[in-house]
Design a protein around this ligand. Structure first.
Ligand code: SF4
Length: 401
């Protein structure tokens, strides 16, 4: 559904913690919280830690202390997004079924920008849902079945750096679980709370942050690769997708140059690179901020330059700079974001699993549920469509892609 006030519904921050608290206190509900990549690189700042402190274990422990029955990792779904998005990219390149370049679609701010101001790009947007868009229906179907839970009793909450996700989870297209299970009205994700909102909730409850012992994610949808981790950084989605695309196209593991794809890393608003994959040379670009996106699109149009893959994220530095992240006017915002970015790259570098498609839990979900990337069920549950909302600017109705 097209919003006609703020494109990403982020001007008014709706704190959904009261509803989540209610679910935590209700013995008849099952509270499942999924955590986005960037929260763990910033939450510590709310409790006096330095920017870039990596607090994954404490964050999971905090959610358990506040009453979560299960804590899952949205990085798992970032891996799922990559498997679907890389498969889609390869199909566009080899079968030419849809136009190039493929644009990423995991940022609701960017998606809504395209729907309002650049509808001619909609066929270029990857149809893959965002990680939260994939995590929700997978929790209410696959996870619920495997754990013996009633999907109607699950309250699925996304903990994110992003105020725009509060709008995204309410898009009318995001009802994969309702369609699959035949339960009208069932929502894939019920609430979104941000990093700042979680910190406020914890402080109100008097949780002693320093005393929290690290806790681990629940299994089944709690394991992720380093590629899922770097989703939070500008350039991270691109790098993650290219690692998997390389393996799919060549049949070989991604080389070191793709496990540390420096040309797409950094903090400039627009970065470009050429990446060799087998006999293909891919022209890629990474952009953050809508002003940079406007300028990039204009240049692309005027120059006629051919790109294969373009990542666009609305916030400075990517999701680590999201509107729901901690803010501290005493610190330099750019330096803070750079330290969060470095934290996620350090984490990726320290992991054994660096590519999405080798994640054992990803292999398992395909073997037991989705079949294979771009399967009929994957298309139904993990992909979406977009609407031309540009008419709203002229008071006209909305039309489909
Ligand atoms: Fe949300 Fe910003 Fe990340 Fe886009 S870049 S998904 S608006 S936090």
């Amino acid at each position: 559904q097209c919003a006609n006030v703020c494109p990403v519904d982020s001007i008014v921050e709706r704190d959904e913690c009261p509803q989540v608290r209610q679910a935590a206190a209700d013995p008849d509900r099952v509270l499942v919280v999924s955590t986005s990549p960037s929260v763990r690189a910033a939450l510590g700042e709310e409790f006096g830690m330095e920017p870039g402190a990596f607090v994954e274990g404490k964050m999971v422990a905090l959610l358990r202390a506040l009453g979560a029955d299960y804590v899952l990792d949205t990085n798992f779904a970032a891996d799922l997004t990559i498997v679907e998005e890389a498969s889609e990219l390869i199909r566009r390149i080899t079968e030419k079924d849809r136009p190039l370049p493929q644009f990423t679609s995991c940022c609701p701010g960017w998606v809504h920008f395209a729907e309002m101001y650049a509808p001619e790009l909609l066929p270029h947007l990857s149809t893959a849902k965002s990680p939260i868009g994939m995590q929700g229906p997978t929790v209410k179907t696959y996870f619920a079945k495997k754990m013996g839970l009633d999907p109607e009793k699950i309250v699925h909450v996304a903990l994110t750096p992003c105020t725009a996700k509060k709008f995204e989870i309410r898009r009318q297209e995001l009802h994969g679980a309702a369609d699959h299970l035949g339960i009208p009205g069932l929502r894939d994700t019920d609430q979104v709370i941000t990093t700042r909102e979680l910190a406020r909730w914890a402080k109100a409850e008097g949780v002693n942050w320093n005393a929290l012992e690290d806790s681990a994610y629940d299994s089944l949808m709690g394991q992720a690769s380093g590629a899922g981790v770097i989703f939070g950084n500008t350039g991270g989605v691109m790098e993650a997708a290219l690692r998997t695309a390389y393996s799919y196209l060549t049949g070989e593991s991604a080389p070191q140059s793709l496990l540390n794809l420096t040309p797409v890393r950094g903090y400039e608003g627009v970065r470009e690179a050429q990446v060799e994959i087998g006999d293909q040379t891919l022209q890629v670009a990474v952009v953050y901020g809508t002003a940079n996106a406007r300028a990039f699109l204009q240049r692309m149009k005027e120059s006629g330059k051919q790109y294969h893959f373009v990542e666009v994220m609305a916030c400075p530095g990517g999701c680590i700079g999201g509107g729901g992240q901690p803010k501290n006017i005493m610190r330099d915002a750019d330096e803070t974001r750079k330290q969060r970015i470095a934290a996620l790259y350090r984490r990726d570098c320290s992991m054994e699993l660096r590519t999405s498609h080798v994640n054992p839990e990803i292999k398992q979900v395909y073997e037991e549920f989705y079949g294979q990337p771009l399967s009929e069920m994957a298309e139904q549950m993990l992909h979406t469509s977009y609407r031309d909302c540009s008419g709203l600017l002229k008071g006209q109705p909305v039309s489909g892609e």
